[in-house]
Write a protein that binds this ligand. Sequence first.
Ligand code: BV8
Length: 232
Amino acid sequence: MTRVVVLTGAGISAESGVPTFRDSDGLWEGHPVEDVATPEGFERDPMTVQQFYDARRAALETVEPNPAHYALARLGEALGDELVLVTQNIDDLHERAGSTGVVHMHGEAYRAWCTECDRRWPWRTTLVDDPACPGCGARALRPDVVWFGEMPYEMNRIAVELARADLFVSIGTSGAVYPAAGFVQQARKYGARTLELNLEPSEGSFYFHEARQGPASRLVPEWVEDLLASRD
Ligand code: BV8
């Protein structure tokens, strides 16, 4: 029984044309992170934040999954619930490649959260026009993404999965943001093997038993094929 936990970050979607955070050297579409990815920034200037996420939501219509996303979907088909796929990404490329049960710990671009009734709704259009909540009618919808200073989603479930993982694989993340950046240490503490697949060594590379550098579109299919071959 090989229980695998995979954590993905912006690097897995880079070759699909989704910009990463590091590439934009800390500025997202020209905005300092603290202006567009914090509750304070939203409080200060909701229109700018809504426009920022409307633009990222619209951009997702123009991109496609790449071989790395498809390889993880294949792995999910083979392993079933022995694979837990956790992503920091708010795009839906894992789902479009066929992965199911993806844990979006930082939320999703295609969902809106009503801060009045606390319900969440699939959302593929804009929020800058301050639309009414489909449930309660209040004009109180925000992007359903986790900003800095907010608690990521499904942390208890992730802790359980890291504690019982045989293998933890981190793909396409700089290891700069916590708590995601600490998952490798948690998994290792419970005896998991740990592997990093990234274009360059991340900030946490030294925590991994093994780190391979290269583009995800090559490294991930290679790793998945090896893993599946070793199970036969
Ligand atoms: C929380 C969603 C507490 C929104 C995101 C001081 C020290 C330590 C921690 C902190 C601190 N001060 C504050 C903190 C906590 C803070 C944090 O970690 N800050 C950092 C900056 C120091 N964390 C938080 O605030 C988190 N919440 O701690 O809550 C709490 C406790 C109790 C009660 C309430 C609250 C919440 C953080 C979530 C923020 N939201 N995203 C949105 O998307 O708009 S973060 C966002 O950036 C991502 O989701 C991801 O998590 C993070 C980093 O991005 P990456 O995915 O790693 O992408 P990046 O560009 O950085 O790297 C890409 C990598 O891919 C690179 O390494 C590159 O080499 C590689 N790559 C590129 N191309 C390829 C490739 N690899 C392979 N193939 C390629 N082709």
